[in-house]
Design a protein around this ligand. Sequence first.
Ligand code: ARG
Ligand code: ZN
Length: 880
Amino acid sequence: MRDAQPSTIFLSDYRVPDFLIDSTHLQFELGEDSTSVCSVLAMRRNPDAAEQGAPLKLHGTELELISLAIDGRQLSDAEWSQSGEELIIDNVPSSFSLSCETRLRPQENTSLEGLYKSSGMFCTQCEAEGFRKITYYLDRPDVMSVFTVEIIADKERYPVLLSNGNLMSSEEQASGKSKTVWHDPFPKPAYLFALVAGKLAVVDDQFVTMNGRCVDLKIYVEEKDLDKCDHAMLSLKNAMRWDEEVYGREYDLDIFNIVAVDDFNMGAMENKSLNIFNTSCVLAKPETTTDAGFQRVEGVVAHEYFHNWSGNRVTCRDWFQLSLKEGFTVFRDAAFSSDMGSPTVKRVEDVTLLRTAQFAEDAGPMAHPIRPDSFIEISNFYTVTIYEKGAEVVRMIHTLLGPELFRKGSDLYFDRHDGQAVTCEDFVLAMEDASGIDLQQFRNWYSQAGTPQLMVSGVYDEQTKTYTLSVKQSCPATPGQPQKAPYHIPLAVALIGEAGQLPLNLDGVEADIETADNTERVLNVSLAEQDFVFKDVEEEPVPSLLRGFSAPVKLVFDYSRAQLLRLMRNDSDGFCRWDASQHLGLLEIKSAIATQAALLEPEYIDVCRDILADTSLDAAMVALMLQLPSEAYLAEIIHPVDVHGIHLARESVRKALANALKDELMACYSRCQSNEEYAATAEQIARRSLKNTALSFLMLLQEDRFTQLAVSQFDTSSNMTDRLAALSCLVNSDAEYKAEALQLFYQQWQHEPLVINQWFQVQAMCHLPGTLKTVKELMSHPAFDIRNPNKVRALIGAFCGQNGVNFHSEDGAAYRFLADQVLLLNRSNPQIASRLLVPLTKWRKYLPAAQKLMYAELERILSEPELSSDVYEVVSKSLQ
Ligand code: ARG
Ligand code: ZN
């Protein structure tokens, strides 16, 4: 908690550190009420520092200081002082050894940052600034040190003692304790430090690297979870191989550990050779985990592994550069998942997240560039902008350079900066130097916030056989950035004729990137207004624009229904086909809003019927094309947002479609049934996805036979994907069986916390009236625990963030409910509190009555006397 108004930190204030830490020796004595930490730091003045006589300022927070010595001499109270999070020692030599003892109470640490306990085990989370809750230190990523860690603990309670790097020794001590020493030869910033102690079971495997080195792979979990590690282990080995093949990156130690922890604020953490994971991102087995869960495990395991190069070997100079490691690593894990499964499906999923959550963030009060220039609390900047938009920016570089030059660029980046803490600018420079391609204007993507809009129109001239695409770009104002300079936007295009793609002959010397077959080009859009003229176009084409979603922009093109139908049927780009389906769906929803009735266009029904019957198509794509744009996406394009109007219109269109295609949906459902043994393969996942999409449409018809289908799917399926899909259908219907199904499900799975989270979530997301009451009741359920972030996200987060109609109930009861939970969590876990708060911050989008109620709750939160810096930043910025 803060004592004064939290202050803003600026990128422009960056200075190199005054001191360096050559080596860090830590000794932990883990106890039942407190833990003692003794550190010995080999420090010296940084020769590059501006001021050579500067005092030593160490970061530390919520620490009990026991002793402090320099070169073995205890400091008197007069020799040091404290101010805010800093411990200041005025006179220090140019090089010295600093010894410090602190006492911590991990048992009472509910913030899940620093050293804390989760289900009986000790664990750490130090990124971004958690290490200062362990000992006084230079807790900034550009101070890199070689760590040696001694852990002393009761050997019965904590038989497994882990830290980074190599195991040096392990010995029994007197009085039932044991001591383990770890040494990490790679200098690293404190945020990559980790420690784990507990009673853990382990799954072992090995990986032989491209140079023949054998690496021990270990996944540590609770005994009862030993049967849920296979998928993570396979994903890890696949990721290790992929990074060698695609980036030439080899693993650099003889051991790689993963530990699963129940209480964790985020997904996982890439600590050097000791990745710590939220159980939800590592455990998986068919009976307990959905297909989406399997894919998330694969993606997160790979993400954390890839950080070993993009994050650890080359790290960030300061936290403004966070996207340097996160954007690049998300780009890498997306390409990996795409190679492991279905590329188009992965792309559609990623674009969907971007266009809902990230576009909303870019349009809201917390909008920031992927390299922000200021923040109050860095924990608030682990955002979809830093991660997902950051990945899109790297992807655009990949598109502009092409795969070979991009690889040359990444090789140069890793070679040049191995062992360093660097900036986004260093990354872009390496890409420029390796490729010879000018990225000067492209850098605006790093400095400007907001989602650019591309207004495109096309004119065909029958006489001259030319087709002219006119492109106008603009970007709305965002907090602190009223004006935007034009972006360099790679715009991938094709022209679709009656029988397929037309050859492209661009007029003029406008630089552009040509693809192999000359029917797709990447246009370099760089001016506010620009024309591209295609010659020798033999027929009037339909433009296929932003193919593969080549840039994170809002595209506006006034397509007619006929043009969209041509794209949806004929475009060779899977993303554009899907996008055309969404656009057609949007037109149906808009007309349902306007007419208050869902009279579907016959052509729309026809195209849906055709794709449902077309077994040559990827079933997952069929499912995605049939699903109408989500309410969250609609809230990004219809203004102001009438949540209830949108919901009713969308539901009525879904129901009308289900009615029109009843037989086809039923046939499709039956066709997709299968008795084969579960596997998380793209092909099986696709089939389940289509089957469950069909079921959810049929359930809207409220016919007994379809309810029976859901009941029997719930009763008989052995995999969680089908089971949960059926349960969700039942929960959202008026089926009598619903209460019993929920009860059965709970009884069967009460000992599996991750399954119970899904049970909470499916109820929290029910769009029927009365859900707020259910959520409140579930909060007193014995399985609920407000200190566990997964539970909070499953129940409160899902209700407030993904259940529009209930969250925006007209009496404002749910707004009040959320504000109450935020105030409660503000004390125990500020990071979770400020994340939960996000739906309220979007108040400006909604109708005036909703705005007023939401605003009042934000003001109520702001008036709380002891707000954490996390919550303070989000609330105060959203009221500005
Ligand atoms: N670096 C981690 C990852 O993306 C996430 C760290 C979470 N940090 C935090 N302050 N919550 O893999
Ligand atoms: Zn990451």
